[in-house]
Design a protein around this ligand. Structure first.
Ligand code: FES
Ligand SMILES: [Fe+2]
Length: 298
């Protein structure tokens, strides 16, 4: 955001910049450290201090090849808030290392515009009770999910591929080679991690699926989903469509379910909420987390 009159400075999805960002409105120019370095007639504007009108700083960490931004002045610890989600799910933080996610390439990105609140999407992602009803392809590949087994609840548990399944693809056919640094016991298993409040990480032996949620309104969330594959897979133009199609269908099935629930969120008949069945009890932990965050918010 430009410090002059608030224009958005960079509108490109991707690219590179050599020495400076220049605002397309009145050409204020900022160095890569955010300092204001040039503006038309800057020398004749004593009120415009180059440091005071530099770009606003945000807290930033790089992890898994993504930039993790926190807009709070005093952000919570990245270790406690983000990395702990991996430890809680996999048992150890190192459990995610074998996928070498920061070395993978984007095989496919799909953006979904979901007419539902982000919390419905989290709740949906946390439970498997709905799998037998709405995810026929996924339960073919991961048969234990058909029993509504709460895979995210048991630390270290990965959902096992079915006996006949050769890969995490829409028809259970062969996927790609196992990611090279992955431990043998991770082969043929699926793990899902919820990094509250906005990110889901899905781990399978030959690729990784990352969801990032952007809440835009009380009843609208944009979800960007990346299918990350080994660099050679992407560089050599191998067909990723069967791998992508499996979770793309899961996404569409899930988001449709969330959209089906959204209207009830403002209904008097649902004012006191619903009920969590035993395989959904852990969602209560998300509710407690949320209430605490809201209570501690200014
Ligand atoms: S708004 Fe950016 S230079 Fe004026
Ligand atoms: Fe689902």
């Amino acid at each position: 955001m430009c410090r002059h009159r608030g224009a958005r400075i960079c509108v490109d999805e991707a690219g590179s910049v050599k020495r400076a960002f220049q605002c397309p409105y009145h050409a204020w120019t900022y160095a890569l450290d955010g300092n204001l370095i040039a503006a038309p007639d800057l020398t004749s504007m004593p009120d415009v201090d180059r440091v005071a009108y530099g770009l606003a700083e945000v807290h930033l960490r790089e992890w898994l090849g993504y930039a993790w931004v926190n807009l709070a002045d005093d952000p919570p610890s990245f270790e406690d808030d983000v990395l702990s989600a991996v430890t809680e799910r996999l048992g150890t933080l190192e459990g995610i290392d074998g996928y070498e996610i920061d070395r993978l390439s984007v095989g496919k990105r799909i953006v979904y515009d979901v007419k539902a609140n982000w919390k419905l999407i989290i709740e949906n992602f946390m439970e498997c009770y709905h799998f037998a009803t709405i995810h026929p392809e996924l339960t073919e590949v991961l048969p234990e999910f058909a029993d509504g087994y709460a895979a995210q609840y048991y630390v270290g548990h990965g959902a096992e591929f079915g006996d006949e399944v050769r890969g995490f693809t829409v028809d259970g056919s062969e996927g790609f080679e196992k990611l090279p640094a992955l431990e043998e016991d991770r082969d043929r298993k699926y793990y899902a991690i919820t990094v509250k409040p906005q990110v889901f990480i899905n781990l399978v032996p030959d690729h990784v699926i990352v969801h990032r949620m952007y809440p835009l309104a009380a009843d609208r969330t944009v979800v960007e989903c990346d299918w990350l594959c080994a660099k050679e897979v992407v560089d050599t133009g191998r067909d990723v469509s069967r791998s992508v199609e499996l979770f793309h269908r899961v996404n569409e099935q899930d988001f449709e379910a969330c959209e089906r629930c959204q209207p009830a969120m403002s209904s008097r008949a649902y004012a006191h909420g619903g009920v969590l069945v035993p395989s959904e009890h852990h969602i209560g932990g998300f509710h407690v987390w949320l209430v605490r965050k809201l209570e501690s918010a200014d």
